[in-house]
Design a protein around this ligand. Sequence first.
Ligand SMILES: Cc1ncc(COP(=O)(O)O)c(C=O)c1O
Length: 407
Amino acid sequence: MADIPVDPQTSSISGGNDPARNQGSLRVPLYETSTFVFESAEAGRRYFEVVYGGASTEPGEEIGYSYSRLDAPNLRVAEERIAAWEECEDALVFNSGTAAMATVFMRVLRPGDTVLHSTPVYGGTASLLRGVMGEFGVTAIPFGPEDTIDDLEAKLDGRSPKLVFVETPANPTNDVFDLEVVVGIARRHGAVSVCDNTFLSPVWQRPARHGIDLVAHSATKYLGGHSDITAGAVAGPRELIEPIRKLRYQIGTTAQPWTAWMLTRSLETLQVRVERQTGNATRLAEFLSAHPKVTRVSHLSLLRPGDRGYEAYRKQAAGPGAMVTFDVAGGEEEVFRFLDSLRVIRHAVSLGGTETIVSLPWYASHANIPAEERLALGIAQSTVRMSVGLEAADDLIADLSQALERA
Ligand SMILES: Cc1ncc(COP(=O)(O)O)c(C=O)c1O
């Protein structure tokens, strides 16, 4: 990274590509290959001595590549760019956000361990932590946005967590969790802290600055940005990343070269996309707040001094992001009519793409969480999660307006 300019927007354009090694190509070429030819028998022996045997490389030594499940040139470029964005030493890319989370959980947690996690989290992450890891004997303890370090100690009831996981702002409620509390409790117990930074992206929030150990992403969302790949990423210090890299090739959660190439390309436009999407979202949130058929709107631009989450938001984020969650007055019937009346905005899961989409967390992303828990978290049948895209804001407002009329 030494020769790369400091600002991640700059390093995202040219970082990791050496034209001299790539036939002079200005763009990063795609190495769509599963295997690599060794220069010599000695080079093959040395490669596995380092990768499987754990031998250290000499200063300046490059061992190259052997097999794309282990590592590949396109992965390294995407990883350098993500590490730069997250202000971390290194990063890894995976074939989905879920693969990234699962690899981290499997690396850190063992039977009998405890994990503290914010709630709500994306339903898939909840099912990994409580379901899959639960089956391996891990106890998951949830915490809310207002919990202090003392509250967390009370919830732990004498246990010591190995991992503290936070998703902030939370999917789908936009609840803001204070990273200082997360880092505080993790450090007190020597636990690894992990922040899912999918919603704000590093454009608006860089959790490593606040002491978080590992920053995780569903790169399917803003990092990929065009709803055309599924990918994941984890960034952090080398000493934590290296054991995760090893587990990644052991369990095969590695991203494909093509996925990493797409991600590399998308990172070049991350900032312009997220800034424009955020501007659109702020206008839409304002419009929805004043609409008589909308009973509740959650977007970080609407937070005011004294509101829950305001202080943490000001401390740890530089912008409100492009996720708006709102409730349509009424219940299932009204919200279904609203969805079916939309003409520009589409009804689809996922988020972070160039297009504006809406989904119903109750019926989709959070359907696997017990109903009473969803209600307690503020997720109702009438709750709409909107990922705001790059369209003209006036068109989006017109579409919401006509669909709300019919709701
Ligand atoms: C906040 C968040 N984290 C993680 C994930 C899981 O990522 P993926 O779908 O890429 O596996 C999602 C997916 O919606 C998400 O919204």
